[in-house]
Design a protein around this ligand. Structure first.
Ligand code: PEP
Length: 258
């Protein structure tokens, strides 16, 4: 069975002191016993990872993630961070192909595919983001767009490698905008992604692939999204910066509800 996951993407937010307080709040208030088979992932800025790793040390079910990595193992890439560096400080996940990386920093599907391989080679689980822009949704092209992103970023992988990939459907028009895809809209794309995985690999691989929804998830809409049969959790931006909101979203996972 696939793992339900709630991942917090802090983006370029918080000073170190604020980030430490946020991580400490989450670690001290999270009721791990409620998580069951679910995992919680925190993706702070690179500068905070070492401290947040210390705060999360030895906490089962809590995982650290980078928000990006470079495809190369090392070298003359000023300002970049390698997958092995993330692994060396305790990260076990890395977010790749986030729409902000694609839109603001020119990342391509081919580039994301290289990063996915680099992450897997360092034993990091990539959280690979796909999603259509507003104009693509308006032109009813969302299915073609996400299918192409998934195919190009992931379908060159062997089955064994793909099994370690987490997917995130993040419609660009819903990220940080307060607009959320309706549960039906999100479910439709999640089902399509799962079907594409089944076709490329197998039904068993598709059944075991965690597919997260991202785009203005908040405590008030998390349950109805997470109730959809192909939505296995969330990638959370804005609402991951408040302990109370983030934990309310974690507890909206069906496995964690009281
Ligand atoms: C994100 O950055 O991945 C995201 C989903 O952001 P928000 O929750 O703020 O829309």
């Amino acid at each position: 069975m696939r793992t339900p996951i709630v991942a917090g993407n802090w983006k370029m937010n918080t000073s170190l002191a604020e980030g430490v307080a946020l991580a400490q709040g989450i670690v001290s208030e999270l009721n791990i016993a409620r998580l069951g088979k679910a995992d919680v992932v925190l993706a702070p800025p690179f500068t905070h990872l070492y401290r947040v790793a210390e705060i999360m040390a030895n906490k089962p079910k809590l995982h650290l993630a980078g928000q990006n990595c470079h495809a190369a193992e090392s070298g003359a890439f000023t300002g970049e961070v390698a997958a092995g560096m993330l692994r060396s400080l305790g990260a076990s996940y890395v977010i790749l192909g986030h729409s902000e990386r694609r839109q603001l920093f020119g990342e391509t599907d081919a580039g994301v595919a290289e990063k996915v391989e680099a992450a897997l080679a360092q034993n990091l689980r990539p959280i690979v983001c796909v999603g259509e822009k507003l104009e693509e949704r308006e032109a009813d092209e969302q299915e073609i767009v996400v299918q192409k992103q998934l195919t190009q970023a992931c379908f060159g992988l062997s089955e064994d490698d793909f099994r370690r990939v987490v997917l995130a459907y993040e419609p660009v028009w819903a990220i940080g905008t307060g607009k959320t895809a309706s549960p039906e809209q999100a479910q439709e794309i999640h089902a399509l992604l799962r079907k594409a995985v089944a076709k490329r690999y197998s039904d068993a691989v598709a059944e075991n692939t965690s597919i997260l929804y991202g785009g203005s998830v908040k405590p008030s809409n998390a349950e109805e999204l997470f109730d959809q049969p192909d939505i296995d959790g969330g990638l959370i931006g804005g609402a991951s910066l408040k302990v109370e909101d983030f934990l309310a979203i974690v507890y909206a996972l069906p496995v964690a509800r009281r």
